[in-house]
Structure formats: C-alpha cells, structure tokens
Ligand binder design. Structure first.
Ligand SMILES: Nc1ncnc2c1ncn2[C@@H]1O[C@H](COP(=O)(O)OP(=O)(O)OP(=O)(O)O)[C@@H](O)[C@H]1O
Length: 773
C-alpha cells in the first residue's frame, strides 16, 4: 500500500424529506465525529529576513491573533430556526424529521438521494441533531441573512488602476439581483447554464450568484479550456448565456457559437469590445438591462427555489476521463459553508472580519467554497488578486491585503518553497547558518506541540528568539503576518513541503475533498493537527473506509449534506460514484490513525492493472524516480493492460512567465545538475530522446536504483523516454490543481507509448537499454 509521499424573497413553504446514513457494517471503520509564480514574493528569502531581524513590525502577529481566536465564535449558528430570514419577507420551512430506510433511495413518489436530471430534487441527508439537523437554506436565504447581519461590511474589493474599489454586503446583494434581472431579460431559462469564463473578479462572483437567483445554473469554465472544451461544457449545461473576461476568451466562444443552439447572449466583463456584434454586451450594457426591471419575475423564481434543487455545476477537470457536470444543490453549498466555518472556527464579521484573497481558478470547487460561500457565511471580505497573480503579482496583493486566511494548492506552496530556497542558497554562510538554526528550532517546537495534541507545553526560549528574528519576518515578507490559517488542498502535497513551512512556523492545514463533496470533507485545524494528515471530518459528515486491508487502508467513502446530487445527464456514472446505500466513493485510499486523523495513502482511480493482473499504484514509483533523479520534473508510469511498466519523463525547464508554457531552456538547477554529470546541455532538446549519453546514463542509474527496491518484477520500469516538452497547464497535461491528467497524456504520447510495446528484440528508443524481463 502506498504511503503518502508526494505525492441564494418571498414565502416559500416546502417539505424536505430527510435521511440519515445507513448503519455501518462491521467491516467499516467507526465514523469520527469530531479532510514563473511568486517571483518577487519569495525573493524575500530567509537571507533578507535575517538582515532585517532587528526591525520590529509593531503589528499583531499571527501567533498573537491565534490566542485571541480561541474563543469560538457561535454567531454563525443563526440558522437553527424554522423562520428563515429571506430578503424582504419571511420564509417558513417545514423540515420533516422522518427517517426513511436509506435503502429506499428511489422509492416511488419521493425524491431519491441522487438524480442525473438538472430540474429534479433530491432527498437531503439530514440528521437528528447537531449541524446535520440545521435548517436547509437556499443561496438567496444565506445571502439575505448575510446582508441582514453584515450589510455595511465590505464584501468584495478590487483594484482599478491605483484605486481600491469595493462593494458592501447590501450593494453586493442588490448588484446580484440587478444582474439576475438582466439575465432573465436576455432569456435565461430555468435550469439552463450561465457559463463564466475568466479570471477571478467581482463580475465573476456577481454572474455566479445572479445565475442562481435567476433560476439557472452557475457554471465556471476553466480559462485554460480550448474552444472545444468550452463547447463541451456550454453544450452539456445548455448554456443560454456565457460571461467572458476579455477578447481572448471571447474568441474561443465565437469559434464554437454555431454549435451552441441554446446560447442567446455573451457578456464581456473586462476591456472594451473589439467589435460590435448582436447579442454581445459589455458589462455596463448588461447591467443596464436589468436596472429598471420590476422585481416580480425574479422574486417569483427566488421564492420557488428549494434547498434540494441544483444551482451550481462544477465540471471536473478531467484527471480521470471526460469532464462530468457535478450537480450541487443550494443545501450542498449553504450547509457545507456553515459546517466549514464552524470546523475552522471562522470569526463572524461583527467580531472581527476575515479577509481572503481570491486567485485560485474559480471553476474549481475549492476556490468557490473559500472565496464566495464560506466568506459570505461569516461576512468576510474577498479581495481580488491581479490576473497575473500566479506569474508573480500574488505576493504584492498578499502584502497589501494581509489576509487572515489563505488557501494554496500544493503547487503554490511548492513554488514558494523553491523560490525561498534558491534565494537562500545564495546568501552568506552566517545567514544560512541562522536560517538553518531557526528552521530546526521551528520544526522541533512545532512537532512537539503537535504531538502534545493541544496540551499547553512550555515554549522554548530558542523558539521565541527564532520567531522574533526569522519567523515574523518571513510571514511579513509573504504577506501572511495576519494569517492564522494557511491551507493546502485539492491535490497531494509532499511531506518535504509541509515540513519546510512548519519549520518556518507556518503550519499548512490540509483540506481533503472533491467536487462531489462540495469541496471539503476533512480539514486539519490548529487544535487537531498532524503533519501529512488531512485532519478530521467537518461536523455533520461521516467517513467509512471500504474494504480495508490488514493495515487499515480502504477506499475513503463520504456521507453528509455535502454529498452532491449526481452528475448531470450521467446516471450510470452517478451510480458508480454512489453505492446502494448512498455513500460517495472517492476513489482514494486512506487510513485513520488511533486518534481518528485521516491519511490519504493512494488513488484507486489511477491504479495501473497490468496485463498480468498486478495492481500497481503509480504515484510512489513516479515520486521515487523524481527523487532519485532530481533533473526530472514529471514522471508518468504506463502499464495499464500492458505486459510491463514503462515511463514518460520530462526534464526541469524554464516556464514562459506570460503564457505558462514550458520552454526549451533548462532551469539553472537542471543546468548545474548536467554540469555535475559532465554534460554541457542547457536545453531540453539536447537531452530528450536520449541525445545526451551522460544524462541518459544518470537517469538509467536512478531508475535502476528505484527498480532495485521494487517489491516485484512487475513493478520494475522496463522502458522509458525523455519527452521534448514538460507537462503544463496550458499544454493540457496538468489540471487546474496541477494533478496529472493521465488520459490526456496517454492520448498525446500514443505513438511513444506504442513504441514501448512493439515486440522488438532490441530496444526501440535510445532511452531504452533494458529488454523487458
Ligand atoms: N489534501 C489532499 N491530498 C491528496 N489528494 C487530494 C487532496 N484533496 C483532494 N485530493 C485529490 O483530488 C481529488 C478530487 O479532485 P476534484 O474533485 O477537485 O476534481 P478535479 O481536480 O477537477 O479532477 P478530476 O477530473 O479528477 O475529478 C480527490 O479525490 C483526491 O484524489
């Protein structure tokens, strides 16, 4: 078994049928009640930080705020009532507490736990007590509740030139209503999509929420999608309207608009229009459409909405095949936001406002949950980063905004680490020694704290000193000095990166979940933190480990009101994801420790099953190769239904700062590694395809070392090749969270893979010295 390595009014009366999870079988584990960037940023290396060690920031440190946060804010729990505040009128919801047999998933006449129809309702997975029993809300109800409680607080803030603009919660809600009326005027039909294609902005949020209020589906489309991929999503959700950021995104839609029979209008929210076209609107023109429209039609739609109906579609990025439209109900979103806020103990804006920076792709559930819904739930403020955030400007935004919570996918943290290390490596011996000392103190102190499980121990003097002269400076340089909650999630992160940040007194709290679980299932928190664990379930959710092996590793299955409604128009796929009892099967392997912490140990969904029937998890082998040969940036193991294993390799190269495309030039680190091998290579093209014998020999030697440790012959890499181009997001080999899109890579390199398996006595490529065993 793989060990984790790297790897939205009026009176609305309705009845919601409730359901509790099935009793777990004996084989099931007891549920735990308790889941080219930053160039300038990290140039604030330990080096410079040690230099300015004696300056005092005079500002509240994250650690100091942490202590202040220990009093749990209960204000967010105002939904435990049958009278739901809903805009300008009250809204009574009757919630049945009847508990049907959960196996009656499709009992006649009442909604089941899942559906594949966009206009259908589902049975909510409500419990008898606690958060699971909270009154379900529509998005409108959650929003109007936020407006009542936090109306004058800043909700959204962004930069226009040198000016900082913002909307408070009252303005935010009214703007969404106006946009919703505009959508209706443009012909948005019930249960049809509004596609949103662009970088994070106030217009993105407003389009998303307005689509929901107007009775459509909010549908984020990845900005990196090709025109055909945009077409697939727009067609699948029967999009009536597509909101695009700029000319670049507009062009993609114009290329495929003839193939989109439901499309009625396109709105461009940034830059001037390059040409006038019928049904193409600027944001200002669009907003003008709804400004003087009467409220009646919109109010009628809003009042007819139920929490158990779909409002959002999240399209999976395709790491496991064709993207699927994950249907999320109002309750999925509003309840998951509530549970998450409680779990991570977010403060209500009336106490102290949470501040976040929005920069991760909003078509992904993680960014939507954190930036839009969780923040709304507590009246937080969302500041928008610049479109070039991941090319270097993010740190400037962080330093200006000083968020109180920050979420990065592993690649973001890895990039920060790489940059800090490379700058640190150039510093003087004395400074490096101080940095090494401080990091050692930081790691040891934090590991000790972690092992004391929250028990108050004495803080060593050395830690206090290291904090003063190094840690505070690091946080300030990263714009994280107010940030008590740094999160990583959506993909596996390496222990090395977790330890690196822990040693700098920045514990990364891990989130684990899926689009199908409306984002988080488990989250680690300061009070319950274990390095490399994804923490424990958010309240009201349950985990079972299906088919556990002797070490306790089983498939992680989810239960709770965060579990999705189903895949749009994909009944079969939905039935594959949900078992007969309604548990969501994640396709991930995991185990619990004795304290109920969840550890992800593998991905069943990417298991290789060789022609000989051996099941091989690829990630540990790929990680081992990357560790053995530091020159390698990406490795992908091939072998499904094949006689032996082979591997596609890429070499560390420069990335174009504007396009994010991999270039031919090697990274300075890769050049240095080549020099040490005696090679003068400075370009990928000089080493790919086995052109450089020295590099080739070094890689083979590394692979031999990995093969020596293989637990069976079938797990040995027999053939390999260095590709001409590194994997990348624009190239399509990596998804938005930087997970490898294996089916895409297999298609792209079909020929090279076929060559591996041609029946030849001699090697088929120069990189292929070993005959299959
Ligand atoms: N903290 C984590 N550690 C390890 N893996 C994680 C973590 N969080 C999420 N994942 C992985 O990401 C998966 C969820 O992916 P997500 O629902 O975000 O879809 P996606 O990125 O669009 O890709 P896909 O096309 O595979 O569905 C989980 O099943 C798990 O494999």
């Amino acid at each position: 078994m793989q060990e984790r390595t790297g790897t939205v009014n009026i009176v609305n009366i309705f009845v919601v049928t409730v359901c509790e999870p099935p009793a777990m079988s004996e084989a099931v584990t007891e549920p735990h009640r308790a889941g080219g960037f930053l160039e300038s940023s990290c140039a604030a290396s330990l080096d410079g930080i040690v230099d300015t060690a004696n300056e005092s920031s005079g500002e509240e440190s994250a650690g100091e705020r942490e202590e202040e946060m220990s009093a749990h804010d209960e204000a967010a729990s105002s939904t435990k009532t049958t009278e739901v505040p809903a805009g300008r009128t009250s809204n009574t919801q009757t919630v049945s507490t009847q508990r049907p047999n959960s196996l009656q998933v499709h009992a006649a006449g009442e909604p089941g736990l899942w559906t594949s129809q966009g206009d259908a309702e589902v049975k909510l997975r409500m419990g008898d007590s606690g958060l699971a029993a909270e009154t379900p809300l529509t998005v409108n109800q959650m929003f109007t509740s936020a407006v009542e409680r936090f109306g004058d607080h800043t909700a959204l803030s962004w930069k226009e030139g040198e000016q900082q603009k913002s909307l408070n919660y009252k303005e935010y809600y009214q703007t969404c209503r106006t946009a919703a009326k505009s959508f209706l005027k443009l012909g948005l039909q019930r249960y049809h999509g509004v596609g949103i294609l662009g970088f994070n902005s106030a217009e993105w949020f407003i389009s998303d929420i307005a689509a929901i209020l107007a009775g459509g589906f909010a549908v984020g489309i990845y900005t990196t999608n090709s025109p055909e991929a945009c077409q697939y999503v727009a067609e699948n959700c029967k999009a009536n309207i597509i909101v695009v950021e700029n000319q670049k995104q507009l062009q993609k839609i114009l290329q495929v608009e003839d193939k989109l029979p439901h499309l009625k209008a396109i709105i461009q929210y940034k830059d001037a229009l390059k040409e006038k076209r019928p049904n193409l609107y600027t944001w200002a023109e669009f907003m003008e459409l709804g400004r003087d429209e009467p409220d009646a039609s919109l109010d009628a739609i809003v009042s007819s909405q139920k929490p158990n109906q779909c409002c959002t579609l999240i399209y999976t990025s395709g790491t496991t095949g064709q993207p699927k439209g994950v249907m999320l109900s109002h309750d999925n979103i509003t309840w998951t936001a509530l549970s998450t806020c409680r779990h991570v103990r977010l403060k209500d804006a009336t106490v102290s406002q949470e501040v976040v920076v929005s920069y991760l792709p909003l078509s992904h559930i993680a960014a939507q949950m954190v930036d839009i819904w969780v923040t709304m739930r507590v009246g937080g403020a969302t500041y928008f980063a610049q479109p070039d955030a991941l090319k270097g400007s993010l740190v400037n935004t962080l330093k200006e905004v000083r968020p109180t919570a920050f979420m990065g996918v592993p690649r973001v943290w890895e990039k920060m680490q790489e940059k800090m290390k490379s700058v640190g490596a150039k510093s003087s011996t004395v400074r490096r020694k101080i940095a090494v000392w401080a990091k050692d103190v930081g790691l040891q102190t934090n590991l000790t704290k972690m092992n004391q499980s929250g028990a108050a121990g004495r803080t060593p003097l050395s830690y206090k000193l290291a904090k003063k002269i190094v840690f505070k400076k690091v946080r300030k340089a990263l714009g994280l000095d107010r940030c008590t909650k740094c999160y990583t999630g959506a993909a596996p992160i390496t222990k090395d990166t977790l330890e690196f940040f822990l040693s700098l007194d920045i514990p990364l709290f891990e989130l684990y979940g899926m689009s199908e679980s409306t984002g988080p299932h488990t989250i680690s928190i300061p009070e319950a933190f274990k390095i490399t664990s994804c923490g424990k379930e958010i309240p009201g959710c349950k985990t079972k480990l299906h088919n556990p092996d002797e070490e306790g590793n089983g498939e992680i299955c989810f239960w709770g009101r965060h579990v999705f409604m189903g895949y749009l128009n994909m009944a079969e796929k939905t039935e594959e994801a949900l078992d007969a009892e309604g548990w969501l099967h994640s396709g991930d392997l995991g185990k619990h420790d004795e304290n109920g912490f969840l550890f992800i140990t593998g991905r069943i969904k990417e298991l290789i099953i060789t022609a000989g029937g051996e099941n091989i998890p690829p990630v540990p082998i790929e990680d081992a190769v990357k560790e053995a040969v530091p020159l390698i940036s990406n490795a992908m193991l091939i072998g499904d239904k094949k006689k032996f294993l082979s591997m596609l390799l890429t070499i560390k190269c420069q990335v174009n700062a504007d396009s994010g495309e991999p270039e031919d030039e090697l990274t300075p680190q890769a050049v240095e590694l080549c020099r040490r091998l005696g090679s003068n290579a400075t370009r990928v093209s000089e080493v790919s395809g086995g052109r450089d014998r020295l590099v080739h020999a070094a890689i083979q030697e590394g692979i031999n070392r990995v093969n020596e440790k293989a637990c069976s012959n079938a797990q040995r890499i027999q053939k390999w090749i260095i590709l001409d181009r590194d994997f990348s997001l624009p190239g399509g080999e990596l998804g938005p969270t930087m997970k490898l899109k294996r089916p895409v890579v297999v298609k792209m390199y079909k020929e090279q893979i076929e060559n591996f398996y041609k029946e030849l006595a001699t090697p088929t490529t120069p990189d292929n010295p070993l005959p299959p065993k």
